[in-house]
Design a protein around this ligand. Sequence first.
Ligand SMILES: Nc1ncnc2c1ncn2[C@@H]1O[C@H](COP(=O)(O)OP(=O)(O)OP(=O)(O)O)[C@@H](O)[C@H]1O
Length: 327
Amino acid sequence: MTAALTTAVPDLAALQRRAAERAAERAGGNDRLRGHIVCDGLVRIFKTEGVEVVALQGLDLVIDRGELIAIVGASGSGKSTVLNILSGLDVPTAGIARVAGFDLLTMSAKQRLRYRRSTVGFVWQQTGRNLLPYLTARENVELPMRLARRTSARAARKRASELLEMAGVGYCADRRPGQMSGGEQQRCAVAVAVANDPEVLFADEPTGELDEATAADVFEALRAINAELGVTVVVVTHDHNVATQVRRTVAIRDGRTASEVRRSARIGEDGLEELVTEEYAVLDRAGRMQLPAAFVDALALRDRVKLNLELDHVEVRSGDEPQREQL
Ligand SMILES: Nc1ncnc2c1ncn2[C@@H]1O[C@H](COP(=O)(O)OP(=O)(O)OP(=O)(O)O)[C@@H](O)[C@H]1O
């Protein structure tokens, strides 16, 4: 009897598997969660001295393999929190966070280390954090390969030269960081970050300390690396201008995905290729979306709004409009 009862109780792994299946069902099936990077209903609550700060309140994000995407948001919107979670530095409070098949909520310390060493690469805002000052650009790119001991010294040297060329700074191979401009250092940092062939490259404000023209060069390097190596690239920044540098920009507001800007090329009436930029609000699986702050302000919307379903769109009106006369 006791034995029968014991076997009837599912073990922890089975419970976790079931919870994940249920979460996938709720999220609209496994298909929706098939991206290379998936955040679904991601929550991160910080507790300090009895005060709770909800940094992420149900963030949804799906990024396909090989995409180059920017995540933008004002200070305090939750960008660093997302990046810390995705890069394996921090663990979310609830929800789903998966990168390249790794479940960032449940992975062991050993898996976390492996994930950080071999699956992801980083470019930080501070150039000093990316490069060692006493090594040349080529030696900086060779170093991670030598530490990983997966390639011969000769192969590492060859790959370092190729990656620097790809990032547009082949001419800096024999220079130390002090002999390069800020933009050149960041392009070199991109080459260092992909030295060990990671699946995903995270860049935290990589152009934060650069002027616009130099920042464009760094994005050029990120695009080249993305196209040549097929690595998924996620850039996190407060600068909305990056929308012109990438195909997809996701905006975060108050710890949630608020809107998305997509750029695509089409042939215009004059027969020339033109870039089209379209902005979308993000609708979560419960049907929630955020109205852009500018729209809310323009119509002084607050507390409640009236929704009308039209043939091909939904109308949103102020809920404070004078009541129509009752018939
Ligand atoms: N370790 C922490 N303890 C307590 N609160 C935190 C912690 N880290 C972040 N927060 C809070 O969570 C919210 C989101 O912070 P986060 O750093 O992710 O925003 P951000 O968009 O990266 O801002 P910034 O661009 O200024 O770095 C903020 O209200 C912040 O104060």
